[in-house]
Design a protein around this ligand. Structure first.
Ligand code: Q9C
Ligand code: ZN
Length: 344
């Protein structure tokens, strides 16, 4: 299996996030990608290639133009306003405030396009996000000749909606790749999201789409980020009615007491959907030692995930998402990919 990796990710670094009442260094660090890169190389899983450049067209297929313009220009606007450090929103439009106005200044713009206070923007953020999206697109096109590919994306993407960022995500790499697979004629596309957190952005993007299935196993939003989406009664709307499947699980869930069964349920729904290709939003923050998460998967379960996915027999694109136990993300990502390769 080939991996696609953009070194541009290293420019997205040095921000702080609000965590349990304190500003702390961002959990989403460049080391995460480098550790996976090393683990992938050491495991001999396959070649590592740099992305091709598809330009902004495939990004526009998923995100609004005004949102992309904001992401591209916000850092220079921030600096022009006399700011330094990292950009975080100050006020976000909650109930009774207008979401349809785009204020002129940087603080208003940040609040308009953002939904949390955990996703700092720095000088290299746009380039890093752009490189990650290009990696996802490049890996998607590898499926023309290969059974599977791995997009080592950083920053992650599944919390980014059509015109909103948050949850460490700016461009929705998995959604951009899924849309690209549709355009390339792969038939219906299924997205399996195994990250600890619900992929609110991906669900948002494909909510009314009957040709793209979104199935997610995640921590119950009643207790966990992103809090306001990912409940079991969300099933899609319009042409997309029935093509969203949310399986929220309680804090502390392990493989034997729920996660393994949830995976089988999600895989069964994908099989019933009859897709021509599969995109896996591959978060490994389900590991029991993850510093911001609460599931209890252990080392041996990650190859089982890969093995079970392989049994679908679909062209499969793995897109890296979350996983914050820095030393272990490499082993666990490799575990899934290795389980996929040896399991089929
Ligand atoms: N401050 C992904 O895994 N914050 N995003 C949680 C820590 C948001 C995670 C609390 C976590 C977002 C891609
Ligand atoms: Zn996550």
């Amino acid at each position: 299996m080939k991996a696609v990796y953009s070194p541009l990710h290293i420019g997205h670094v040095g921000g702080m996030e609000l965590n349990r009442g304190a500003l702390v260094p961002c959990f989403e660090t460049p080391e995460r990608a480098d550790i996976i890169l090393n683990a992938y190389r050491e495991a001999g899983l396959g070649p590592i290639v740099e992305p091709e450049d598809y330009g902004e067209g495939p990004l526009r297929a998923v995100h609004e133009e005004a949102y992309l313009t904001f992401l591209k220009t916000i850092w220079e606007r921030w600096v022009a306003a006399g700011r330094s450090g990292f950009a975080l929103p100050f006020a976000i439009p909650g109930r009774s405030l207008r979401t349809d106005v785009l204020p002129e200044g940087v603080d208003g713009a940040l609040g308009h396009f953002c939904f949390d206070v955990g996703t700092p923007i720095v000088e290299g953020t746009w380039q890093a996000a752009y490189g990650a999206a290009q990696a996802a697109l490049t890996a998607a096109d590898l499926l023309a000749g290969e059974r599977a590919a791995f997009a080592l994306c950083r920053p992650p993407g599944h919390h980014a909606g059509r015109s909103v960022y948050g949850g460490y995500s700016f461009l929705n790499n998995a959604a951009i790749a899924a849309e690209h697979l549709r355009a390339r004629g792969h038939g219906r596309v299924a997205i399996l999201d195994v990250d600890y957190h619900h992929g609110n952005g991906t669900q948002d993007i494909f909510w009314e789409r009957g040709d793209v299935l979104y199935a997610s196993i995640h921590a119950d939003p009643a207790t966990d980020f992103p809090y306001f989406l990912g409940y079991a009664d969300e099933e899609g709307a319009g042409a997309g009615r029935g093509t969203t499947l949310n399986i929220p699980l309680p804090h502390g869930t392990g493989w034997d007491d729920g996660w393994g069964d949830a995976l089988q349920r999600a895989l069964d729904s994908i099989q019933a959907f009859g897709p021509g290709a599969l995109v896996v939003s591959l978060g490994v923050d389900t590991w029991d030692g993850d510093p911001i998460s609460g599931f209890k998967l252990t080392d041996k379960h990650f190859p089982l995930i890969g093995h079970a996915i392989a049994k679908l027999g679909l062209p499969t694109l793995f897109v890296f998402e979350g996983g914050y136990a820095v030393a272990e993300v490499g082993r666990n990502v490799v575990g899934v990919l290795d389980g996929f390769t040896t399991g089929r």
